[in-house]
Design a protein around this ligand. Structure first.
Ligand code: XMP
Length: 509
């Protein structure tokens, strides 16, 4: 177990993911939400300080008590974390005359454990992003790296097992960065690196069994990665004590409702699919405002789920597919806040249950996927791209009709097929079709047409907060466009959306 003390740096999650990539379990805690006594109690094998936006001399600059360096626990400071270590231990931090930003040629001292690995050369590129630097290392420390403009790009005190780097080893642009983190974790902290999804699954199943006992568990299954993996995990743990309610609102992609049912109906669980398309459609008749659509679907979803849950009666646990990024983003502790923005409603109020369980709470998305594979879920489910709760309803601009829904499902299917054929389905983070409400004139054979314009959207992003449009090869776009206008009725024009987020959002509504 490694503790990551978060000072508000933009790469805090990335550090945690890299540590986990080294098969070492870690948790991120805000620096001001954990005291020295708790750290002692947790007794981590190592502590990592993240970067942060402040200067150590700033008003209310985040800090740590000196005692943290006297616990005998190895510490690695990164960027702000390195300056903080220097500052608290009596070194000196100053503002650079030239701030360093981006890829920077760096010289490493091979005697320092961080850089001792045979694969790390004595000169390589690191990723810098700082305006302050360590101008004097504390007593007992040695400088372990430098760049043209930064005399101390790393420092260490071998005896006390304290290490610090000015650059960001967690960022891909730092060559051998993960190796350096690995050296800290394994060679300095003595971590064994046995955190794998196989071990996790075993432990999680045991923990769930212990917690649930012979109680009943209820899960709203959407068919998305998180809820599917959770269903698989719970099924292994408590079998038929679990009921999964899959509300099919009819706005899934083509065949998807059936795929979800096929994936789960033979598992050892109670699987309930509610086909509620007519109910949703009737509520959406005449509705074209995006927010009204979302609200209507959210409310209807709750109603349908509630009616189904009532049939089951009291349950002991309501399971939720919260994952670690949600936990970190909401300040390491208060998971519901971020998700509720995107989730389809406030379920817990409407269901008679005793307690919420969130067994994926400590996993990143890639770990969740690995766990899914470990548990035997199909590739299609494990690698599903994110899909909004209201589904295709917010990808049909204007009023939703059965015809429009079918047109969009067919067009979206073809686009996805072409992307997969081109081998781009894992590198593009989200790709889909949008049925605009626009009609335009076209010609087919000798006839004039007046049909819909379809928009294709494909984005590359890490956090879905910002996104770039994907530079899909023209040939792939061309193949998709040709097939769509030929094979899907009522579409005579296809456009590709080339806006970034911001200012556009990923979805059109
Ligand atoms: P936007 O359109 O805000 O979308 O750029 C960002 C990401 O969130 C997804 N999204 C949703 N996910 N329920 C969800 O579970 C929703 O209501 C919802 N709306 C948008 C969107 O697909 C993208 O991945």
């Amino acid at each position: 177990y490694v503790l990551i003390l978060d000072f508000g740096g933009q790469y805090n999650q990335l550090i945690a993911r890299r540590v986990r990539e080294c098969n070492v379990y870690c948790e991120v805690k805000a620096y001001n939400k954990i005291g020295i006594d708790e750290i002692k109690k947790l007794s981590p094998k190592g502590i990592i300080f993240t970067g942060g936006p402040q200067s150590v001399y700033g008003d209310n600059a985040p800090s740590v008590p000196k005692e943290i360096f006297e616990l005998g626990i190895p510490v690695l400071g990164i960027c702000y974390g390195s300056q903080l270590m220097a500052h608290v231990l009596g070194g000196k931090v100053e503002t650079c005359t030239i701030s360093e930003y981006g890829k920077t040629e760096t010289d490493y001292d091979k005697n320092c454990a961080l850089f001792a690995d045979a694969e790390i050369p004595s000169k390589a590129v690191s990723w810098m992003s700082h305006t302050d630097f360590i101008s004097k290392v504390p007593d007992g420390f040695k400088v372990a790296a430098h760049t043209a403009n930064c005399p101390c790009a790393a420092m260490y005190n071998e005896e006390k097992r304290l290490y610090a780097v000015q650059f960001h080893p967690e960022v891909n642009h730092t060559q051998f960065g993960v190796k350096m983190l690995g050296s800290f974790l394994k060679d300095v902290c003595g971590c064994t690196g046995d955190w794998t999804m196989e071990n996790y699954a075993e432990k999680a199943i045991k923990d769930i069994r212990e917690k649930v006992g012979d109680g009943k568990v209820l899960l709203a299954l959407s068919g998305g990665v998180d809820s599917s993996v959770l269903a698989a995990l719970l099924s292994k743990a408590v079998g038929r004590q679990l009921t999964c309610i899959f509300v099919d609102h009819g706005f899934m992609r083509k065949n998807e409702g059936d795929e979800v049912e096929a994936a789960f109906k033979d598992w050892d669980i109670n699987f309930v699919r509610v086909n509620a398309k007519e109910q949703f459609m009737s509520k959406l008749r005449g509705v074209s405002d995006p927010e009204t659509k979302r609200k209507t679907i959210g409310e209807e979803f709750i109603r349908v789920f509630e009616a189904e849950a009532k049939k089951i009666g009291h349950v002991d646990f309501l399971a939720q597919g919260t994952i670690y990024p949600d936990v970190i983003e909401s300040g390491a502790g208060d998971a519901a806040v971020i998700k509720s923005h995107h989730n389809v409603g406030g379920l817990p109020d409407y269901v008679d249950f005793k307690e919420i369980i969130e067994p994926l709470r400590m996993l990143f998305k890639d770990e969740t996927r690995k766990l899914g594979q470990e548990l035997g879920l199909s590739e299609t489910l494990v690698w599903r791209q994110p899909f909004p709760g209201p589904g295709l309803a917010i990808r049909i601009i204007g009023e939703i009709t059965d015809d429009k829904l079918e047109i969009l499902q067919d067009a979206d299917w073809i686009f996805r097929e072409e992307i997969a054929k081109a081998g781009l389905d894992r590198s593009i983070n989200q790709y889909f079709a949008v049925l605009t409400n626009n009609r335009s004139v076209g010609v087919m054979g000798d006839f004039r047409t007046y049909d819909y314009t379809l928009a294709l959207r494909a984005v590359e992003t890490t956090d879905f907060m910002t996104a770039e449009f994907s530079r899909i090869p023209y040939e792939v776009l061309e193949a998709a466009s040709r097939r769509i206008v030929n094979e899907v009725k009522n579409i005579n024009r296809v456009c590709y959306d080339i806006t970034t987020k911001p200012p556009a959002t990923i979805e059109w509504e």
